[in-house]
Design a binder for this molecule. Structure first.
Ligand SMILES: *[C@@H]1O[C@H](CO)[C@@H](O)[C@H](O)[C@H]1NC(C)=O
Ligand SMILES: *[C@@H]1O[C@H](CO)[C@@H](O)[C@H](O)[C@H]1NC(C)=O
Ligand SMILES: *[C@@H]1O[C@H](CO)[C@@H](O)[C@H](O)[C@H]1NC(C)=O
Length: 463
């Protein structure tokens, strides 16, 4: 071991000193200086320090300094440590969530435990973890900040970029009742398991966020109570959404012709500025469409008879529009209907008796036709008036209390233009001779109670 050792030592020392000065530059820690004082005392110690050097090199990401010749027969062989592991999905998401807290004011302290003291990211309030299927590792699978009232710090707008665009493992993102105002980040298009997006009751403005329609996994889209404007894109009806809540925005223009392609069960388009007729294609949604809220828009024209095809419909509400014409005879085929609201329009004619015989209406249903120009009711409908299911307040029915004045009725009925296909509307029945049979009656499953009316309040809706 004689001279060879000293050469090795001096080589080693010079490189160690280089390294130490570099390290001191970075840290100036006492422990390192202490190690330097001990260096000369023995070879064994020097070897001990050699091992320490390796550690330092790793700490500062070394390898740039001149390498020493290997020490001869080191007492213990230290294998080259594996390269540092890339951050896990959970660690990456944690960084995003912690970073997010720097940009928000959180008046209810919803994110108070989003901090370094909370060791497990999955314990962060509102975070749901699950195993990410592709890599079988834990990941942030969902985020629920509903009704947190979070807004941007220093009067800056609160952006969805910075959080929604950086957690690709998300399956749901629920931020009802906060102050998000930016556009929807395009990154969500590539999220492989993203199925629920609830941005309701925020401050989104501009046109319909098309990014939300480019992820084919999405089944639940809730944009209620924002300030979105412009047309409703036709793409909305060609993807596999089960729930479309877009009420209480400022959407305007016609509903696209492909409207009926939707496979959604729940549609709330209420309280926008939509106009034009209700597309006839609506009948194509017969096998799925269950609740339809069109109230509070500017729809006009006559109701298409195809609505009568909606054999699953439980709720159909077109109140507060500018619709006219008779109630199509086909409405007698709305087998499951419980809530039928046509109030505050310009409907006229007789209320079809087959509608007043619908089982879902007779049994605690609700048929609201107030503030129209209906002129006649038959015996079945009289029964519903008496049982308070049917409200015909402020119409033109002779002999019924609380009706419009003769003058008002006369003026309306002498100026009204009939629907283009009015004869057909008054006679066509898509279900004639089918479901009136007893056998089908017994097969009926009790309809679930309506859910979408809750969407008219700006809070989280749980289906
Ligand atoms: C932290 O968030 C801000 C604001 O969303 C974003 O611009 C920034 O890139 C984020 N930083 C990191 C390291 O993610
Ligand atoms: C919420 O966002 C709106 C629109 O971006 C903004 O005008 C308002 O000041 C924000 N509210 C708070 C409390 O920051
Ligand atoms: C029927 O619905 C209307 C409109 O939503 C409501 O005002 C009325 O109270 C309901 N009637 C009954 C009997 O529930």
């Amino acid at each position: 071991m004689g001279g060879g050792t000293s050469i090795t030592n001096s080589l080693f020392f010079s490189s160690l000193l280089l390294l130490l000065s570099l390290f001191q530059l970075l840290h100036s820690q006492n422990g390192v200086v202490y190690a330097q004082e001990k260096i000369a005392s023995s070879e064994e110690e020097a070897l001990g320090i050699f091992q320490q050097r390796e550690t330092l090199e790793i700490i500062i990401g070394g390898g740039g300094s001149p390498s020493p010749a290997p020490a001869p027969s080191p007492p213990e062989y230290t294998p080259c440590p594996p390269p540092p592991k890339p951050p896990s999905r959970l660690e990456k998401a944690r960084k995003v969530l912690l970073n997010f807290t720097n940009y928000i004011v959180d008046p209810k302290g919803f994110t108070n435990n989003w901090c370094s003291q909370t060791f497990n990211t999955c314990d962060f309030n509102g975070i749901r973890c699950a195993t990410y299927p592709i890599s079988n590792e834990p990941a942030v699978a969902g985020l629920d900040l509903n009704q947190a009232g979070i807004y941007g710090r220093n009067n800056k707008p609160l952006s969805l970029s910075g959080i929604l665009d950086r957690i690709p493992e998300l399956t749901f993102f629920h931020v009802n009742s906060n102050n998000f105002s930016s556009s929807v980040p395009k990154e969500i298009v590539s999220y492989g398991f993203f199925y629920e997006l609830d941005l309701s009751n925020n401050k989104l403005c501009g046109q319909f966020p098309m990014e939300t329609l480019q992820n084919n996994n999405l089944v639940f889209l809730d944009l209620r109570f924002n300030q979105l404007t412009g047309p409703i894109p036709s793409k909305l009806f060609d993807i596999h959404l089960d729930v479309i809540f877009i009420n209480n925005n400022r959407f305007n223009q016609y509903l696209p012709e492909n409207f009926g392609n939707t496979i959604a069960r729940y549609l709330t388009f209420a309280n926008n500025q939509l106009c034009g007729p209700i597309p006839r294609s609506i009948g194509k949604a017969a096998n799925t469409l269950t609740e339809v809220l069109f109230l509070g828009n500017n729809f006009d024209g006559c109701l298409p008879y195809e609505i009568g095809n909606l054999k699953k419909a439980v709720v159909f509400d077109v109140s507060k529009n500018h619709l006219t014409g008779p109630i199509p005879y086909s409405f007698g085929c709305l087998r499951q209907i419980q809530f039928l609201n046509l109030a505050n329009n310009k409907f006229y004619g007789a209320v079809p008796e087959n509608v007043c015989k619908l089982p879902g209406l007779i049994k605690n249903g609700n048929l609201t036709l107030s503030n129209n120009y209906f002129t006649a009711v038959g015996p079945e409908c009289w029964k519903l008036i008496r049982s308070k299911v049917l409200d015909l307040t402020n119409n033109c029915v002779p002999g019924l209390p609380k009706q419009r004045s003769h003058k008002e009725c006369w003026e309306f009925l002498h100026s009204v233009k009939p629907c283009p296909n009015e004869k057909y509307l008054l006679s066509y029945s898509p279900c004639a001779g089918h479901w009136n049979k007893e056998s089908e009656d017994t097969e009926e499953v009790a309809a679930a109670p309506p859910v979408t009316y809750n969407a008219l309040k700006p809070h989280r809706l749980r289906l």
